[in-house]
Design a protein around this ligand. Sequence first.
Ligand code: IPE
Ligand code: IPE
Ligand code: MG
Length: 245
Amino acid sequence: MRVPNHLAIIMDGNGRWAEQRRLPRVIGHRKGAETVQSVVSECLRLGVRHLTLYAFSSENWGRPRDEVDALMELLGIFLKREIRQLGSRDIRFTAIGELDRLPAKIRTILDQAIDETAGNRTMTLTLALSYGSRNELARAARSLAAKAAAGLLDPAAIDEECLAAELDTAGFPDPDLVIRTSGEMRISNFLLWQAAYAEFYFTEVFWPDFSTAQLHAALEEFARRERRFGLTGAQVSPPGRENGH
Ligand code: IPE
Ligand code: IPE
Ligand code: MG
């Protein structure tokens, strides 16, 4: 099966999963963290090279203080536990987003995880934390403007490549497939620039219930899609040639 080189997931529905069971929302987040572990393992097994997980958006800072605090605590626990296993599995860990808004304790753990796994190659696991595409694009614009103002960059030379190089995802390939769980069919400020030609897959399943079987269903659907990138079908897969990249 043709697997996406870069899979990105909007992990949604933790709160509703818990509410349906009359449990506190934080229990849903805790269960969601377990799903992360199984999805990471399966993606590694299947040969996905880049996995990007939307864990906390810029807008999520506006949630009730208790929920934000609980999410940060959970993130710390998850990172400490998970990071130890990343090294032995040759997974490189990175993070995108406005990381300086995160609590200092979390940033220390993040920095350590990024440093310790920098040499790993089999898969890159990226967490989008305090991430919002509009914020990322604004920061990129600011950085380009500062370079131009300092005389280091000719504004006329700013092209797509130049802007992409200023994004948090600089150097990463664009996502091939974006999955969103929980039935919502929106992008919620995730990888707006990078997902320009991504395939989208939506499922009603809440993130804590997203199993390996659900992941396989999404990947099978992806393998059946014909991607065109603005070209004609014949250009993308000439007759007699295997359909794939
Ligand atoms: C996704 O689950 C996790 C985060 C956004 C942090 P939600 O917390 O959004 O769950 P629902 O959408 O309220 O069910
Ligand atoms: C998107 O989910 C962000 C994450 C999954 C981290 P939200 O639950 O915050 O998105 P909306 O508010 O339903 O659009
Ligand atoms: Mg949600």
